[in-house]
Design a binder for this molecule. Structure first.
Ligand code: OAD
Length: 392
């Protein structure tokens, strides 16, 4: 943690002088556009839980094996909640565009697949969980465009490969659990990691690897700022916490930031198409002492919600470690699952310390034939994860 960085004024001054801000974005950025996030009450996983989709766990919606077995639940919810092209960017998205316009943005690493960063005009975006713009047949790997499958998706039907000899399921190129994130994430991060002069984490619970691991690839000497409705704790072994936490609706927080910096914004304040207020109320900022370096953002006339304080209290250590970790082997492309050991099932993962998201399973590592092991300058560390029960 940077001792000197814990106040809003210091953040605003640093933002004025920053030239290479990295933003890690998540579903909270698009909530005001009408797209629910995943893990909040009423989010996509709650909807999946109560929608009688026949899933063992709501996260199976985005799990490759479950999708192969039965793709219907995914297409049903996808067409209903995430259907591309039907949403408008929020003030949060426009803020990212503004950072870029002012030559302050190095990159947005987004986990969202709604494409709203690009729609707001942001160019330096890495889609860490892929995109719906293209799709691939799971059987013959034939590539398709969104326009090829759009009709089926709109009718909540499963798109099937057009090659009559194939008939495989076509899956949008969104990264599911059990799949590697696109190579561009690691390639870009290697270029960006030493250039970054500030990190802003916005609208994400940081519960999903490898995106949550991005924090550990950045220098600990740069300020790390959270803009989120709830307190989020980065995985303890990756970071010693945020230097500053700005809690509330991210549209209101960025509006406050822009007003404070007297940025004259083409997209206007308090009028972003996503998250419109019927009666405009200016965001105000309330410093809180517990947890330290934290500010709550409310709207004029709004009382501090007890739930907000509750959410702070709810950020318990167990919460801290509840990360969705589905690791795929870069040698054999299989998910690294639990193997039996005398202490119960465990996963053994060898991770390259020099590369982002390069992992090998026990057998691929033991064979030693992997190019990555043989080439100089790559070192692996072994992690043993013990499972309480079979499965995730
Ligand atoms: P989550 O639903 O896990 O977290 C969203 C975060 O945004 C929560 O911490 C909310 O408190 C916060 N939030 C919600 N509304 C907000 C608002 N208006 N302003 C500010 N913050 C708000 O979503 P992600 O972290 O994006 O992956 O989830 C990561 C990945 O998990 C997704 O990309 C998806 C999912 O499983 C895959 O499908 C592979």
């Amino acid at each position: 943690m940077l001792e000197a960085f814990g106040t809003l004024d210091v953040f605003l001054n640093s933002l004025e002088s920053s030239k290479n801000v990295i933003v890690i974005a998540g579903a909270g950025l698009s909530v005001s556009c009408g797209i629910p996030d995943f893990r909040s009450a009423g989010g996509i996983y709650d909807i999946a839980r109560t929608s009688d989709l026949g899933l063992d766990s709501p996260e199976d919606l985005f799990h490759l094996d479950s999708f192969r077995d039965n793709p219907r639940p995914f297409f049903k919810l996808f067409s209903h909640l995430l259907y591309p092209g039907t949403h408008e960017p929020s003030r949060g998205h426009h803020f990212l565009r503004e950072l870029e316009h002012r030559k302050k943005l190095l990159r947005v690493y987004t986990q969202n697949i709604d494409g709203l960063e690009a729609q707001a005009g942001v160019k330096a975006v890495v889609n860490c969980h892929g995109s719906f713009l293209s799709a691939t047949c799971l059987r013959c790997r034939k590539k398709y465009n969104w326009s090829d499958i759009e009709g089926d998706v709109a009718k909540q039907e499963v798109p099937l490969c057009r090659l009559s000899s194939c008939d495989g399921i076509i899956k949008p190129d969104i990264t599911f659990f059990g799949e590697k994130v696109p190579d561009v994430v690691g390639r870009t991060l290697i270029k960006d990691r030493l250039k970054a002069d500030m990190l802003i984490v916005m609208g994400t619970s940081l519960k999903v690897v490898p995106v949550s691991r991005i924090l550990s690839y950045l220098s600990p000497s740069i300020p790390q700022v959270l803009i989120n409705r709830d307190v989020v704790l980065p995985p303890a072994h990756l970071s010693d916490g945020f230097d500053l936490k700005l809690l509330g609706n991210c549209d209101d927080i960025v509006e406050y930031v822009c007003r404070s910096l007297k940025w004259d914004l083409a997209w206007g304040l308090g009028s972003g198409s996503g998250g419109q207020h019927n009666t405009y109320r200016r965001p105000i900022c309330v410093p809180v002492h517990e947890p330290p370096n934290t500010y709550h953002f409310l709207l004029e006339g709004e009382k501090n919600q007890p739930s907000r304080t509750g959410l702070v209290a709810a950020a318990s250590p167990e919460h801290h470690h509840a990360v969705v970790e589905v690791v795929t082997c870069d040698g054999c492309n299989a998910e690294i699952g639990g193997i039996r050991s005398k202490d119960g099932p465990r996963s053994i993962i060898f991770s390259c310390m020099e590369c982002f998201d390069y992992d090998l399973c026990f057998s691929c590592y033991s064979m030693g034939s992997n190019e990555h092991i043989k080439s100089k300058g790559h070192h692996f560390t072994r992690t043993d994860k013990f499972h309480k029960a079979e499965g995730r």
